[in-house]
Design a binder for this molecule. Structure first.
Ligand SMILES: [Zn+2]
Ligand SMILES: [Zn+2]
Ligand SMILES: [Zn+2]
Length: 246
C-alpha cells in the first residue's frame, strides 16, 4: 500500500498508507497556485486558508468552510476571502502549498483541538482534566477543570501541514518526547512497517498501564485494523495507540 513518501510527497508525521488520509484528493489542479496534476488535499470544515494581512502583513487563518472575510488578528483590518476561491466546490491545496503553510488542517489531539488559532497561540484548545509531563499545562476554564498544553508553535504548525485520517470517532493525535508523534496507521500497517519480534509485547506497550485495552489483546484489532490508530515517536522510537470503542 502506497504511502505519501512512495509518491514523493513525504509528510514527517504521516507514515500511513495514502488511503487512510481523510482529505487526500489525488491528482488535481491546486486552487491556490493554479498548477495542474498536483497531489491535492481538501481544506474542509474547521480548516483554514492562511493569508497575510494586506495592511500589516500578519498571517491570518480564514475559514475554509464558510469562506467569509475576517478581521486581522493583529491590526483588526479586514482580510477578504479571495473572490476567485469563494465559489469553488472544493478548496484544494497542493502538497507544495500545504507544506508552505498556505493552508492549515485542523487536528484533534490528546490535548484538545489544534487549529490555526492554537498554532499562533502555542496552546492547544484543551480537554477536561489534562495532566501531562511533556508540556506546561495552561488553565483555560478552571471552573470546568479544562486545560490546554503549551506546545511550541513550530510543532503545532507541522501538525496542521499534515493530512488527517479516517476514524469512527474523533481523532486524537498523540505526543511523545514533547512533540507530535508520526501516525503509522492501523494494527496491520504497524505490524508491516515495524515487524516487532513479539507482537503481544508490542501491543501491550502501546497503552498506559491502566488502559483497559491491554486486557483485550491485539486479536481485537487484527481483523478490522481501522479501529486502532498507531503512532511512533520520531525522537525515541516508542509507539503509542488510540482506539475507537463501541
Ligand atoms: Zn498549490
Ligand atoms: Zn493586519
Ligand atoms: Zn518519544
Amino acid at each position: 500500500m502506497a504511502t505519501f513518501a512512495d509518491l514523493g510527497i513525504p509528510f514527517p508525521l504521516f507514515e500511513a498508507p495514502t488511503h487512510e488520509a481523510s482529505g487526500y484528493a489525488g491528482l488535481a489542479t491546486c486552487r491556490l497556485c493554479k498548477r495542474g496534476d498536483r497531489h491535492c488535499f481538501e481544506l474542509g470544515v474547521g480548516d483554514a486558508l492562511i493569508l497575510p494581512c494586506p495592511a500589516c502583513g500578519a498571517e491570518n487563518g480564514l475559514p475554509a468552510d464558510d469562506r467569509g472575510d475576517v478581521p486581522c488578528r493583529s491590526c483588526g483590518g479586514l482580510i477578504v476571502f479571495p473572490e476567485s476561491l469563494v465559489a469553488k466546490k472544493q478548496l484544494l491545496a497542493c502538497y507544495d502549498c500545504l507544506r508552505a503553510g498556505k493552508g492549515a488542517i485542523t487536528q484533534g489531539t490528546e490535548f484538545g483541538v489544534v487549529s490555526w488559532e492554537q498554532a499562533f497561540e502555542g496552546v492547544t484548545n484543551g480537554v477536561p482534566g489534562l495532566r501531562t509531563e511533556q508540556f506546561e499545562v495552561v488553565a483555560i476554564d478552571p471552573a470546568e477543570d479544562w486545560s490546554g498544553a503549551r506546545i511550541p508553535s513550530v510543532h503545532l504548525w507541522e501538525l496542521l501541514r499534515t493530512p488527517g485520517f479516517h476514524s469512527w470517532q474523533d481523532e486524537r493525535w498523540l505526543f511523545c518526547c514533547s512533540r507530535p508523534m508520526a501516525y503509522l496507521g492501523g494494527w496491520r500497517n504497524a505490524m508491516e512497517s515495524l515487524r516487532p519480534d513479539d507482537p503481544d509485547a508490542f501491543y501491550q506497550a502501546l497503552f498506559a498501564p491502566e488502559d483497559e485495552a491491554r486486557s483485550w489483546g491485539y486479536e481485537e484489532f487484527d481483523e478490522g485494523s481501522s479501529s486502532l490508530y498507531v503512532y511512533r515517536c520520531l525522537a525515541c522510537g516508542r509507539c503509542r495507540a488510540t482506539y475507537d470503542w463501541d
